[in-house]
Design a protein. Sequence first.
Lengths: 503, 354
Amino acid sequence: MVSESCGNPSVETEAIMSRRPKYDKSKFCIKCKLNSGAIIVRHAVYCKECFPALLSYKVKRILEPQINSKPELSRKKSLKASGNLSIGFSGGLGSTVLLDLISRIYLSHRTETKKEEGVTKPRGGKDHPRNEPVWKMVSVCYVEIASGFPGMSDKTQKIHQLLQENYESLEFIPIRLENAFDLSWWDKVGGKAALDANTDLTSDELFVSTAINSPDSDPVQKLRSYISALPTPTAIESAIHTLIRILLLYTARSTQSSHLLLGTSLTSISIKLISSISQGGGFSVREEAQEEWNPDSKGAVRLIRPLQEITLKECSMWAWWNDLLVVGKEKYPRGKDGIEALTKEFIIGLERDYPSTVSTIARTCAKLAPKVDAAGLCILCERPLQPGVQEWKSQISIRATKEPSPPSHSSDPSSVLHSLTSYLCYSCHTTLSSRSSKGVSRNSANTSLPLPVWASTHLQGLLVDVAITDMQPNLKEADEEIWLTHKVNPDEMKEAIGEFLLE
Amino acid sequence: MPPKTCALCENAKAILKRPKTGQQICKDCFFYVFETEVHNTITQANLFARGDRVAIGASGGKDSTVLAYVLKTLNERYHYGLHLFLLSIDEGITGYRDDSLETVKRNQQQYDMPLKILSYDELYGWTMDRIVSQIGKKNNCTFCGVFRRQALDRGAAALNVDHIVTGHNADDIAETVLMNIMRGDIARLGRCTSIVTQGEDTIKRSKPFKYAYEKEIVMYAYFKKLDYFSTECIYSPDAYRGHARTFLKDLEAARPSAIIDIIHSGEAFEIREEIKATQKIQQTCKRCGYMSSNDLCKACTLLEGLERGMASSGITDRARKKLDAEGPLPENLRTIPFYQPPSGNPNPTITIGS
């Protein structure tokens, strides 16, 4: 029993210590200084009336310097995008808020006449009908992942209905995760048909076998083999994010969009940054915030995250005050064991004790740039490729003391064998090759990973004809700037230096 | 289930699962890959030159004990031609260093390396026990950290060595990368992954275990039967670092390559040029000659605060202003001896402790 004089410190601290106020100065709105506050955003208090202006300001600050084709920090010219707009919509809180804010700021006033005190007024100023809209056409793209995971429910219909009810004028483009393996989709978005490529995950060299693509190969089946071949829950999570991102980008380009907007909030971007850094993605830290995507120089799409200065809390308040329906995202099985889920749990916990954490992370990462120039693009994630990655890996983490050889079952002469490693960025190579003691069950013995359509196409462009390769292993392709190398065996070496050997 | 064969030599029986790669390998292959990776780290970064005099910062803990052993092994195997020394710092925390210093003394005999022990008391006239009794348990890591860094440099200067190697391992570096991002410490983030740090007139410092996993260091000590002490500091653990460490362990459990992946990320980026321009330039301390970002180095500022009974003046700006308002520096104030970088004289100028 605790004596009364000593007390019970764990209970009493709470009773004696007065709670530190969560706001700095007064409880009145920092902006209008009249109303009492309704939300505290990092120690500053805002009322319900001033809050929309704050969010709108934050969105514009990120988005508007990037709308005209030449990015500009101080805007004098009028806003005119060079193409259409695509908005990535997942059904989650961020994208729901993004769609609502974009529609309020840039779209709604064009279809409605202004009503003030019951009198309909013609639109004037920036909204005058003679001024063209920033984007001619706006489409909302949704990627359905259900086919990848048996038992997961398909939300396409629900999302379509939601958009029809609330955003009638916007075009809805449903995309499915299996499209990443679907030649007809690839053809539709302007891709060039490629050979069917599979990579073998048993060795870190990731040997690729290619075969003529059979048109009836089932994309869903390929997607499922793709997921089941991945070695860790972290890999599944990150591979799906990459597939979704690239599907959205190709779709955006096929709609002649110059911009693709995603609803990544400040909280999500901080989680994404730490998680990407923890997966070796330091080289593309800038792309996590914003990227200019143009893998084959057929037209650039600028991927922007306009909510990157708005926290999850602000998003929740916005959705709540405006009665926005958040459909929600499905979680995939074992997702909680992955690095992204662990990071999320950690950052959200840390933010409770250190409230500026998320903005510090984002601001710190914004001050970083890659140390060296990129040596092309990763064929899987289409982000910049850091040179010298494989040499680095093999020096500091020796995984083989013998030279790896292509898997025996692929000795079929009709198939071509190449190592995929030099075409992958550090992150993607790690995703495919890094294992865990508590990894995804390998009992399925599926170690053959089908490559997404864009990766097969890039690969085909990079690899030279088999016959030429066999004859000239070090042939440099004039256009592609890629070297094909092979290990020189002792006999070859002896032949080369034979004349200098005495015995 | 039949015993697994080693994934590397494909010959011997695998007796361990390698923490870094998850591969099941035999003991000999483990020694080989561990040592070779450290050797690769050393040769890739051109850490040493033949004839270099190198001090190993030895605490008696696992990292420095294994580092001393591995460096001695590699020095003989690959003929680095190094003169190795052990350098220990005694912070003056009762019950913390006593046992570990015994380990260091034993290492001195086992490895036949000269040893120098330098104490805070000797250098600053203050032990950590006395500092804590004056300032309490809060913020004392600031004192210990600043004092230790300078003490190592001064000990190295006294031994007349060219280079100090420390046992910082991959886990430490990955944790520091994460921590610097989370608290926005741009200057440290920029340099925390470099294997070598060297100012204009400070001694070169490096971390040969930069890519070695903590678990593998322990495993190496275990199989080589090296003994070391595991001691937790009895004063104020760094709460923020504790958070980062727990998080890193979770990441490592999810995917063992996470530690090396974080370091790779840290090496892939740098501070943008326009941000670099706004950072402070390095100068030397007007009082003790050690490198500093301000007129006075951190150690002199902290020591002055301690001597004048206002310890917090080294920690907060407000307290520093108050100290300045109290008047100029008293004449009889204890200061740190003026710092002399090593002169290149091959003979040590001080006697080496036993």
